[in-house]
Design a protein around this ligand. Sequence first.
Ligand code: ATP
Ligand code: MG
Length: 398
Amino acid sequence: MDEIILLKGGEMVLKGLNRHTFEDMTIQNAKRRLAPLGSFQFWKSQSTIYVRPQGDADMGEAVRRLSQVFGIAALCRARVSPKDWDCIRRDAVEYLAGDLARAKTFKVTAKRSDKHFPMDSPAICRELGEALLSAYPHLTVDVHHPDVTVTVEVRETAAYIHTDQLPGAGGIPVGTGGRAALLLSGGIDSPVAGCMMAKRGLELIAVHFAAPPYTSDRARQKVVDLAKIMTAYTGQIRLFVVPFTAIQETLRRDGPEDYFTILMRRYMMRIAEQIALGENCGGLVTGESLGQVASQTLQALACTDTVTRLPVLRPLIGMDKEEIVGLARKLGTFDTSILPFEDCCTVFTPRHPRTRPRVRAVEEIEAAMALDPALLTQAVDGARQEILSLGQTTREPV
Ligand code: ATP
Ligand code: MG
């Protein structure tokens, strides 16, 4: 059977001259996502992207994958029919059998961009409505709240028959907004934050701080797995695993306990910034949410922000944990995030962390501690890189 997937752009339609860049990037990202399923032909016309399998392909899986590609507002799987009324009617009756068997009511809509087609839209609706009623006598027409809306689009080269559109992932295509470094822990929040920024067009690298032997290799593997799940939305992610033990031990030994977390977070930001700049990133992304923990009060965020000149994007800042959990479930990261492995943030946690640290005080503490800058360089230089594409991993030293 001749089937096709139609992709409708969302916001990118509004972007005027950028529209072509946005559509091309969507096509590139979608192609990468479908490549493992076989060969697909892509083309665009009249603000629709067409995706046609070359030979057999799992169309259900193709639709599922495309529904995760940012830049696509809606998609539908459609039957391709010759622009001949008898063919359209016959194909519609056959193709829609499953959907119409489950429905009680339906209506037909028609779009005719080929004005040479002999029937106008009202005639297509009327005639196809009659054909479907006689083929499926249990149905009735309901033009206001139908269970199924059957659409026939008569376009330049063919007619397309489909039922309701499915919602796409929305947003704008990954890669059109530049690149940022996501601070990726093994928790619930940071994978969600990363996907939210990818939805706004950012390509991501990820930076993870590991503190072996306090954190295990399974904790590192959990982060790799999270990044892998994210790639369905973000495309390839290069993950930098930073050896953070020496800095954490020094902070614990030489610094005041109640400032430990805030000092640690400042070093995380400094290291992430250095890796980000080396990788041509224009910003940092974290999963912080205001007031969630002591290190995420306004005063604490002020202390972490002052160590970097890059913008720090915190898409979860105004969200409740429940909302974040809802998104994590939807994205498919939740079950992995809740696996019980230590994160370096939970190592050496102070009993009474400062909730309102002052930047001046923190700077004075750091000046007095005079942490050896070589530790910072060693952390950056010692980062190991893993390249995560969908379903595959290669590990190589930076
Ligand atoms: P998450 O659920 O993502 O772990 P959280 O609520 O546990 O977040 P924190 O542990 O305070 O919050 O961390 C806040 C943010 O700091 C995280 O969302 C993440 O961006 C970053 N972060 C924390 N730990 C790490 C780590 N080990 N490696 C990289 N980034 C980290
Ligand atoms: Mg955490």
